[in-house]
Design a protein around this ligand. Structure first.
Ligand code: MF3
Ligand code: CO
Ligand code: CO
Length: 246
């Protein structure tokens, strides 16, 4: 969506605030021994407490309010009776619909005593997003953001997942343009002032290749290396981007 009115801008902000509140509640709740289904229940409760709806639930048959992806699961992990363990890294990805507007964001949280290597992986996903933000302004192209994310990640030794991308967002969770985490400068769709996009690096501490499990959702690294995911909903402007889900 290209935000043209203050009403649209406020709508996107409000939906994004719901997502951020749900992420914060998940972060507080996550500890050794909780199941990923229990985390999902907290997320759904927070979303509904704002009068919003969890967009993921029922999206192409997806069963839950959040995607919860542990360790070598990259994204789209389905909440289950699996408990989180000391040393795990847990990605939580949430999309909420409020008054016709979508917000979408993800974080990767460490559980208990997490190895320095895994903590660095989590930090790198955020830094890769921030590298992308340096180029996220009107007049640039999607490829400028994509290449910045890719360069940051690969120069620091991480694999960049290619099977999934960021995306435009607005009244629908996924709108044009696609926003890959890899690509070349000065290519792709132009970034216009008011364009709403989700930028969401998915990086691994090993190879970038992934596969989808037989459940049709769970995306796992092919080599078993861990992955981190960091996503925000962003509005492009002539200056610094407005990041709605911080
Ligand atoms: N939140 C995801 C994204 O970042 C999409 C969720 S897929 C769903 O694009 F099936 F869980 F909805
Ligand atoms: Co998401
Ligand atoms: Co997204």
């Amino acid at each position: 969506m290209i935000v043209k009115t203050e009403r649209d801008r406020e709508g996107m902000r409000a939906a994004s605030r719901v997502v951020k509140a749900a992420l914060d509640a998940a972060e507080k709740f996550i500890k050794v021994g909780v199941t990923t289904l229990e985390i999902d229940a907290v997320v759904e409760e927070v979303i509904r407490s704002y009068g919003a709806t969890p967009s993921s639930k029922g999206f192409q048959g997806y069963p839950n309010a959040s995607c919860i992806s542990v360790n070598d699961v990259v994204v789209h992990g389905i909440p289950s009776l699996r408990t989180v363990k000391d040393g795990d890294i847990v990605s939580v990805d949430i999309t909420a619909l409020l008054n016709g507007y979508q917000g979408d964001a993800a974080r990767t949280f460490p559980v208990g005593n997490v190895s320095p290597k895994n903590l660095a992986l989590i930090a790198a996903a955020k830094s890769a997003f921030e590298a992308g933000m340096e180029y996220a302004k009107a007049g640039n192209k999607v490829g400028d953001v994509s290449s910045a994310v890719q360069l940051y990640s690969e120069l620091n030794g991480y694999g960049v997942v290619r099977a999934l991308t960021g995306h435009g967002i607005g009244h629908k969770m996924h709108e044009p343009p696609e926003v890959p985490n890899f690509g070349k400068r000065n290519t792709g769709a132009p970034l216009k002032s008011g364009l709403c996009i989700c930028v969401e690096p998915m990086i691994t501490s090993g190879d970038w290749r992934v596969y989808i499990e037989r459940d049709g959702w769970t995306v796992r690294t092919a080599d078993g290396s861990n992955a981190a995911h960091y996503e925000n909903t962003v509005i492009i402007t002539d200056g610094a981007p407005e990041i709605l889900t911080l």
